[in-house]
Design a protein around this ligand. Structure first.
Ligand code: ADP
Ligand code: MG
Length: 406
């Protein structure tokens, strides 16, 4: 295994030169930690540019593992698995933020890894993440870190209630969060969360939520997608809308500037998504960041000249970045497992034929065999020439699928 990190680009069409293994003369392989849907779409983008791919994920049926040239089926911390991934890959990325940071550090001893373990470690911990936002001068919701009973009882600023108690680690899609209205509910909620380290955030009056995706190369060059407007239901992204007039332009400029500052502040390499809340008084605060492509960026697959996964490939391979261009107004509907159940709770296959008969619909399914409620099974992108047309089609598709209108 080569112990040096090459500053050179991993050009498409290049072949592996490692004569010590059976990789010689194979196309260059890009590796990814994690085999979920984000990994799958990364694999598709990498393969479109002629790379081979390797996915490390313990699940035999992982969405990305099933479409990759290689699937290393071990735990994320298994040293033999990590060795194998480092050996066959020319560079390695990650597709979910709870990849153990030490595993990324181990891989980085052998091959370029982006995003780096330090950035991922910050995004994995809500307290560290908020400290990073402070450092970058980007305001977030008022909060307090709760690690001891004393911090909860005596040292708690009163203005944080009603609030949301969130575990500092491992939360996603609204999991690991409890809404608390008073001190008593807060104490009970922390007990329920097994007294793990948490942050208590003030419950803010939101008018809307938005997010922005930036991509930053190893040389510091940075590009961004337009700002997405997001609708969450039960803590899970339901709808993303991106078109002329979907957000005031000053808010968009503010979100892009904040996301760029957050990326620069951690010397980020790769694709980064930053989520924001816009409050009723028109001000904006940052919510959280994801060190990878993001569900709210899936519209880029069909509405932009480069997708967020294309940019993940480019940043990983050290290729030039050019500012992506959105060529169509777009709405993305998330397809949760709920869509596979009818009103009586009986399982059904969604009426894809009716959906695909609508002009401008692009169906993406992640190849998951079992539909469960709240599980992300796929998404539907809707594009068109006008905003009115896209909205109309999106509402028709939502009605066919039994998704609540927006
Ligand atoms: P996750 O990591 O699960 O996405 P978030 O912190 O983004 O967790 O919270 C999920 C959703 O809950 C947000 O998108 C937003 O709708 C709502 N939410 C979270 N924090 C607050 C807050 N401080 N005030 C109001 N709503 C919030
Ligand atoms: Mg979130």
């Amino acid at each position: 295994m080569s112990g040096t990190v090459s500053p050179m680009s991993l050009l498409p069409g290049g072949v592996a030169t490692d004569t010590s293994s059976n990789l010689a003369n194979e196309p260059l392989t890009l590796g990814v930690m994690g085999g979920g849907q984000l990994g799958r779409m990364f694999v598709h983008a990498a393969q479109a540019m002629g790379y081979f791919t390797a996915v490390l994920d313990p699940d035999a049926n992982s969405p990305a593992g099933r479409v990759s040239h290689r699937h290393i089926q071990t735990d994320y911390t298994d040293s033999a698995g990590l060795q194998q991934l480092a050996q066959c890959s020319a560079a390695i990325t990650t597709e979910f933020e709870n990849v153990p940071a030490p595993a990324l550090r181990e891989l980085a001893q052998f091959k370029p890894v982006s995003p780096g373990a330090d950035a991922v470690a910050i995004a994995q911990d809500r307290a560290a993440e908020k400290a990073h936002f402070d450092k970058c001068g980007v305001p977030c919701a008022p909060y307090a870190v709760i690690e001891t009973p004393a911090q909860l009882d005596t040292a708690l600023p009163a203005n944080l209630l009603p609030g949301i108690l969130k575990t500092t680690r491992m939360g996603y899609d609204g999991k690991g969060q409890v809404r608390v209205k008073d001190a008593e509910a807060l104490r009970a909620a922390w007990q329920d969360l097994k007294q793990v380290p948490c942050v208590l955030e003030k419950m803010l009056p939101l008018t809307l939520e938005c997010s922005v995706i930036v991509a930053r190369g190893r040389d510091g060059q940075m590009v961004n997608f337009p700002v997405q407007r997001n609708l969450h239901r039960d803590g899970i992204l339901a709808v993303t809308e991106v078109y002329e007039g979907h957000l005031p332009s000053d808010l968009q400029a503010q979100a892009v500037a904040a996301a760029r500052a957050i990326a620069v502040g951690v010397n980020y390499v790769g694709v980064l998504c930053v989520e924001f809340f816009v409050l009723q008084d028109g001000s904006m605060v940052v919510n959280e960041m994801a060190p990878r492509p993001h569900n709210s960026g899936h519209y880029t697959l069909d509405a932009c000249d480069q997708s967020q996964f294309d940019l993940q490939v480019r940043t990983l391979a050290g290729l030039p970045l050019t500012q992506p261009r959105q060529h169509s107004p777009a709405i993305m509907l998330n397809l949760l497992g709920d869509v596979w159940f009818n009103d009586q709770g009986v399982m059904r296959l969604p009426d894809w034929a009716a959906v695909l008969a609508l002009p401008g619909t692009h169906l993406h399914l992640y190849g998951k065999t079992e539909a469960r409620k709240a599980r992300k099974m796929g998404h539907l992108n809707i594009t068109g020439t006008t905003v009115a047309e896209v909205k109309k089609t999106a509402l028709q598709a939502a009605a066919i699928l039994g998704i609540e209108a927006f």
